[in-house]
Design a protein. Structure first.
Length: 140
């Protein structure tokens, strides 16, 4: 049973970390979550676990690619083409770098279901969150 305990503990740490990022963004006047600080790697890993089962090279035929399930148009708009033509052809680090740009532009609502589940948005199972940003086109 250690696995279940570890998973639960990891979720709590992710939620605490995301709460800190949100507090920093608000405290420094950042209009979008993540604007004040880089998002912790564990947050990106949890988001990728939710979006793609943690497969950073995901290409399932649904029009979204990579671990964070990014549309090619959003990838291009967020300067991802400097790394690869599509997210699934970029490294994890490159995908999270582009993810940072997406969070600055669209907020966590770029990933509405998983962000809510992870507590990055209000109304989900997490306690952290509550930040609402405009939903832009490009992600699901």
């Amino acid at each position: 049973m250690p696995h279940a305990c570890d998973e639960g503990g990891r979720r709590v740490v992710v939620r605490a970390c995301t709460a800190l990022v949100l507090v920093l963004a608000v405290a420094t006047g950042g209009g979008r979550a993540g604007a004040a600080a880089r998002v912790a790697d564990m947050v990106w890993d949890e988001l990728a676990d939710c979006e793609s089962g943690g497969d950073w090279q995901a290409d399932t035929g649904n029009g979204y690619y990579g671990g964070l399930q990014i549309r090619p148009s959003t990838w291009a708009e967020s300067d991802g083409l400097r790394f690869a033509d599509r997210p699934d052809r970029a490294s994890r680090r490159e995908q999270t770098t582009v993810g940072e740009a997406i969070v600055r532009r669209q907020g966590w609502e770029a990933w509405p279901s998983c962000a809510r589940e992870l507590g990055l948005l209000g109304g989900g199972s997490g306690e952290a969150g509550g930040h609402r940003a405009g939903l832009g086109p490009g992600l699901g």
